[in-house]
Design a protein around this ligand. Structure first.
Ligand SMILES: Cc1cc2nc3c(=O)[nH]c(=O)nc-3n(C[C@H](O)[C@H](O)[C@H](O)COP(=O)(O)O)c2cc1C
Length: 371
């Protein structure tokens, strides 16, 4: 029934058993030093039947952090934490791509010792909140602050931080790396017209606004090797204060540039899951025709819609987010057409809590259907 979703695929030189991927999902369950823990390793290990796991965002520095208790990739302890995750995934036969990011202006000075968030331009994200450490170390949801516009020297530091983060991720053993240029965080803020009003070589034209993203992409490739870097973008994403007047032109400019660079994959987060206008098949086909490599689509996908999009050839794999939170054995469930566990919204973001993280049940013997 879901033949194409369940068929193998090669991405970034790796043979993967199916096209049901786990989307990146921030869960705010890192340790006190923002390191991935044994609990996080167990969570990912439970989900290794996904063709490919993409990790939650890992910040490249303390200044790049946008939410409390998210795992970084800039200290020895954090590198060791991620190595535990990667080893657990590999031991269970899975594959894992590490998503690396800088939160930019979706942040608060309390997360970085009083220093303001950084962004291309000093423009606040209206009506947007982030998590800081509240009382007793619990999460507290507060409005983001006005960022500081980064100088050219700051950009050099950020590029160096991306390089060091990629080096640590490679040492931790990730199969692939993913540049997170989606969802209104720093790299997306550079892309968009309403968040980037710079007048230097990083602002203005499409070429200038895309410069930083492509520099990060090239750095990752130089670190992990040709064909092993993926990138995530979110065209027409309109929360976290984003309102890009040129998102479509930018999408195709980026695709043209990426075609020259042999990416492992282009991962597109469609906007419908946050109330944006759903992509049409016509738009998906346009992306397919423009991009030469592997395409992963994500965002409110049911198994039926995923199968349709794969059968039509618009994408090579589908990344599932919330359904992977609630169903560690999502692949087995899709294979037998359900049933599915419901997502418990209350436990999505909870520091240190195993409940809602490790205890979603797999199919019981009684639920398993004969093959
Ligand atoms: C709890 C939660 C955390 C998320 N964290 C990330 C993240 O760290 N990086 C990212 O690129 N997208 C993140 N997303 C977006 C998802 O990857 C995905 O695009 C979105 O959930 C839509 O897919 P779905 O409808 O299958 O859940 C997150 C979404 C949710 C619900």
């Amino acid at each position: 029934m879901f033949e194409k979703l369940l068929s193998p695929i090669e991405i970034g030189g790796i043979k993967l058993p199916n096209r049901i991927f786990m989307a990146p999902l921030t869960r705010n369950r890192a340790g006190d030093q923002d390191e991935a823990t044994d609990m996080n390793a167990a969570y990912y290990a439970q989900r290794t039947t996904a063709g490919l796991i993409v990790t939650e965002s890992m910040q490249i520095s303390n200044r790049a952090q946008g939410y409390a208790y998210t795992p970084g990739i800039y200290t020895d302890i954090q590198e060791a934490g991620w190595k535990k995750v990667v080893d657990a995934v590999h031991a269970a036969g899975g594959h894992i791509s590490g998503q690396i990011y800088h939160a930019g202006r979706i942040s608060h000075s309390a997360l970085h010792g009083g220093l303001p968030p950084q962004a291309p331009s000093a423009l606040i994200a209206e009506n947007t909140k982030c998590f800081i450490r509240g009382e007793n170390g619990n999460l507290s949801f507060v409005p983001v602050e006005t960022p500081e516009a980064v100088s050219l020297d700051d950009i050099k530091v950020i590029l160096e931080d991306f390089r060091k983060a990629a080096q640590r991720a490679v040492r931790a053993g990730f199969d692939l790396l993913e540049v997170h240029a989606a969802n209104g965080y720093l790299l997306h803020q550079f892309l968009a017209t309403n968040t980037n009003i710079r007048t230097d070589q990083y602002g203005g034209s499409l070429e200038n606004r895309a410069r930083l993203i492509l520099e990060v992409f090239d750095i990752f490739t130089s670190v992990i090797g040709e064909g092993k870097t993926g990138i995530r973008i979110s065209p027409n994403f309109n929360i976290n204060g984003m309102a890009d007047q040129e998102w479509e032109a930018m999408t195709f400019y980026l695709i043209e540039q990426l075609n020259r660079r042999n990416p492992a994959y282009l991962h597109i987060a469609e906007p419908s899951w946050v109330g944006g206008e759903p992509f049409t098949d016509g738009f998906r086909a346009k992306i397919r025709n423009a991009f030469k490599g592997r395409i992963i689509l994500a965002g409110s996908y049911t198994p039926e819609l995923g199968e349709h999009v794969l059968q039509a050839g618009y994408a090579d794999a589908i990344a599932y987010g919330r359904s992977f939170i609630a169903n560690p054995d999502l692949v087995a469930r899709i294979r037998q057409n359900g049933p599915y566990n419901e997502l418990d919204k209350k436990t999505i973001y909870r520091r240190g809590m195993e409940h809602g993280y490790l205890d979603y049940p797999v199919l019981t013997e009684a639920q398993k259907k004969p093959v």
